[in-house]
Every structure is written in C-alpha cells, then in structure tokens.
Design a protein around this ligand. Sequence first.
Ligand code: ADP
Length: 320
Amino acid sequence: MIKFEDVSKMYEDGTAAVHSLNLDIKKGEFFVIIGPSGCGKTTTLKMINRLIPLSEGTILINNKKVSEYDIHELRWNIGYVLQQIALFPHMTIEENISIVPELKNWNRQKIKARVTELLHMVGLDPHIYRNRKPSELSGGQQQRVGVVRALAADPEMILMDEPFSALDPISREKLQNDMLELQRKIQKTIVFVTHDMKEALKLADRLCVMKEGKVVQIGTPEGIIHHPINRFVRDFIGSTAAQPEEFLNIEQFLQPICTSIISQPLIKIISIHTPLQEILEKLAHEEELAVEKDGNVIGIINRQMIIKYMSTHLQERGRV
Ligand code: ADP
C-alpha cells in the first residue's frame, strides 16, 4: 500500500533527517513509527503526503509514485491528524468536519449525514455538538473531532503525528482505546507517529523503531518486546513501558467468561497486552476486569488471580 524505497531526506541546511529508509506498510495496517525526538519520524510521515519533498529514493502508494499523483487528489485521499488541534476556531464542528467533503463537491445531504455518522462514531451526540465552536469542547473532544475530520471523505489512509500527546493522561488513554475500537470498524491504513512506547505497543499492528534517521527494528509489539534487536530497543522499551517480562502470559490465569459477568455493563475491558503494572493499578480500583484479545473478550481477571499469577511468576524467576 505505502512503500518506501531507499528514501532519504536532507534539509537545505545539511541536516540528514532520514537515510535510506525502506518500509512496506500493508493495507489496513496500524503502523506505528516510534523513536526519540529528532530521529526523523515527522519527516518520514510528511513525505508520504508530500508536505516535505524527499531528496532521494521513491515513495509509492498503491504502486504509483507519490510524485505522480495530482497533489489535491493525494492530500484528499490521505487523512491527516496533528498534535495541535488544528480545528478552525471560527467554524462550527460540522463545518470543520465538512471541509474535505465540500472540496470534493459532495452534496449537502450526503455531507450532513456523514457528519452525523462520524460524530456518533466517536461518542459525540450530533444534536449537541454539530453546531458548537471548537472552543466549546474539551481538549479530548476537540481531538476526537480532529480524528473524524481526517476520516470525513473516507480516505484510504490516515497519517497521525503524535495526535494524543498534548492531552492529559486520562483523555489520552480514552482516545487510544477509542482509536483501537474505531480501527476495528474502519480498517484504514494508519501511519501513526509517537515517541511513547507504551502508546505504540498498545496501538500497533506493527511498529518501526527509528534512531537517527534509520530503521532499527520493525516488528509486531510481541516480537519487539520479546526479541528486541539490540540494547537501544531494549532500553527504549524499558524506559517508557513495562519490562518485557511484565507482559508475560496471563491467559492461563483467566477465569472463563460467564454471561452474568459480561452482562454487567460497568465491567472494564483491558487488552491482553496491557502491562502488568497497569493491570495492578486498575485492580486497585476495580474488583475485576474483562480481558480482550484480538477483539474478543477471552476471560476475567480479578485481584486474587493476579496475586496468584505474580506468586507463580516470582517463583519461576527464583525470587521467592
Ligand atoms: P522527529 O519527528 O522524530 O522528532 P523530525 O523528522 O522532526 O524528527 O526531524 C528529524 C531531524 O531533522 C531533526 O534533526 C530536526 O532537527 C531536523 N529538521 C526537521 N525539520 C527541519 C527543517 N525544516 N530544516 C532543517 N532541519 C530540520
């Protein structure tokens, strides 16, 4: 779907931001680019929609060079979400979402219906929010609008540049969960830039770890956690997320789901990939949690079970 072939970017002042990058991003994939500040993530992303021209190499979208696309066609077919909530302040939420559909000459009725659908998709009641101005929404709500605005004209792919990093931790986690839910429904090709390993591991189908303009490792979250290619990746996982062993398999400790539990509307759902520390924090407040894997709830975990898990886990590691 999106292919980088030996792509390099040298800025005019001589900064070599990206060197000989090769990437093959598949259709429908949630592809996360991660690395420390200045490693070339944003440059990589912006070369896809030609906001930054590349210096060497080729980027192909559906086997056609990005340089050969009509620039409008290219940009309208690629949604783009930025860290700074870039909604137009003088326009209503509806008007903000309608920008690209209007440029594409959709009729009024179709646009209106699309705005209603999109606002519902991210849990914002269209009756309440469509006529509000951005300043009448919280930061998290504005960023939700930013996400659906990028989806408005049904682009094939979406580029997201640190879209949640300006939010407080609670809104951020909520938006990450919503994003996962949304992606299950829409199955777009998403290229997502972040410097937060925890966020990357949570969202990615595959992630690409970059350092100094080069790819260090590409793999699934499990692959990267369990087989980091070098010290840099290992340290990066360790510094921002749980230690690899803290993702150990909790599956065998889960209690099977019984309908009475699932019908409890308030039970919280966590991913099977949630780090142990986060599960412990959640279980400090919740009696039990439903555990989800690949979109399905596969069991229930409660405080007793996690203690049992930890005790076995510690014995295995010879600490007790
Ligand atoms: P990241 O998104 O990983 O923080 P960037 O892609 O923004 O990294 O930047 C990569 C490198 O290119 C950095 O060294 C940065 O300072 C440099 N850079 C970014 N934009 C420009 C520019 N317009 N002119 C010169 N250097 C730039």
